[in-house]
Design a protein. Sequence first.
Length: 304
Amino acid sequence: MLKTTLGQWRMFRAVVEHGGFSQAGDAIHKSQSTIHHAVQKLEDSLGVKLLKVQGRKVRLTQAGELMLRRANYLLEEAAKLEAVAAGLGAGTETQLKIAVDEVFPQALLYRVLDTVSAQFPLLRIELMETVLSGARELLEDARVDIAISPVTLANGFNEEFCQIEFLAVANPLHALHQQEQDLSFEDLKSHRQIVVRDSASTSGKDEGWLGADQRWTVSHMRTSIDMISKGFGYAWLPLPAIEAELQSGLLKPLPLAQGAKRTAQLYLCFADGDRLGPAARTFIGELRYQSESMLTAEQLQDSN
């Protein structure tokens, strides 16, 4: 038989978060006496002092700090349990939110989305296109259900999904293509590099070679491709995104002696598989199937 209740832990946490019994009562719509009684009963049941009053402020004791960490985990798991139950009760979800890094092949993504929509005609799909750690941030903030990201989730499911090849390119008329020898990174430094900004708002980071003296930073991969195709600079761009430009001659691989190609690992990420509904699971299954089909086709093409 448990000595404490989730309600008591919620009220204890509210006191800590809002700085006092009165403030906690206003925040969670309980009377100050109700909050105070719940915390007092919690302390009596456990036999430890959780809070201490210093002046007009309520502070955690050393034991209270430890118990708050445990309480946060307990309350988070309880919320997940209720969410799973709500999902089971509701059946198929009405909305699916997905974050996808811009380097992921668009044609493949569109086919997956079309297949899922055909199976779930009333499903509303919200697609958020991200860069670097942006997808992970959206998943951690619970603003999306699933993410395809080059950055893994600290607490959740991360599956190595596919690898994307990047190629150093510039317009054929760019000055870098006029040299009659293989290029080095030193040769690149004096020319403009086009960089795509990390879309995360709090934990953005730069990746890859960023040694150019002059850089233009943009927010979207398509803007970078357009600028480089028009001769405004160079960059390492994802091969699936520039196949048309390479075939038409708008872009040409830079003749780097080394480092002309790079590979980035993408991950399929979600926080809690038990909370995913039928549409989300169908999306994941179709994504895996389409990706495997793409890889098989590429392997057959390479062997020929």
